[in-house]
Design a protein around this ligand. Sequence first.
Ligand SMILES: [Zn+2]
Length: 202
Amino acid sequence: MPPPNPTLNTTLPAMALALGMALSSAAMGQDAQTPKTYKLAPPPPCTNNKGETVRFIDSSSGRPGLAAGMADRDSSGRPVVLRSNYTTTPPEFQNFIDRHECAHHQTGDIDRPHPPRNGPEHLMNESISDCVAILRLRDEEGYDRAAINRVTAAMRNDMAKIGFPEISIASRISNIDKCFTRRGSPRDLINKILKKRGLLQP
Ligand SMILES: [Zn+2]
C-alpha cells in the first residue's frame, strides 16, 4: 500500500470528482490483467471564461491503467488540461473527460477558491462540469443515447475500479442521463453559471 502522493494531492483543484479520488487514493493496488489500449482522441477546442486558450497535454503519469484528466494552470499561469493515460479508456470516454476538464476552465472554477473536497459545493461543480461535457458531446459531436451509454459504462467501470460506492456512481450517471435531455446549449449553461458567479463578460 503506497502512501498517497503529496505532489498530486496539492494539484487537485477542480479535478474530476472520480479522477481526483483516483489519484489520491493510492490504496487500491495495481490491476493484474494486461490493459487493453485505445486510439488517442484529439482534444476539443477549449477557451476559458477569460478568453484564454486552454492547452491539452498528454502524459503517462498518474495511476497506471487509469485514464484521468486535470484542469489547472501551469507554472507560467497558462490554463491547461493534463490528460493521463487516456489510451487506457475508449475514445468516447476520453472525449468526455476532456470536455469535463475544459468545463472547469469555462465556468471559472480554476480561478476560484477550491471548495472542501466532496462537500456540496465541490459536488455541484462536478455535476455542472459533467453536464456541460454531455451537452457538448450531444450538440457538437452528435452523440446519441447509445453513445452516452458507452460513456457512462466506461465511467462506471473506472469509478468501480477506484472503489466508489454504487450510490456515488449511480447518482453521477443519473445526473448525466438527465443532462442529455436538457434544453439549451452548453453555452447557455456555462453563461448561466458565469452570471450567477458574477463572471459573465458583457
Ligand atoms: Zn471535475
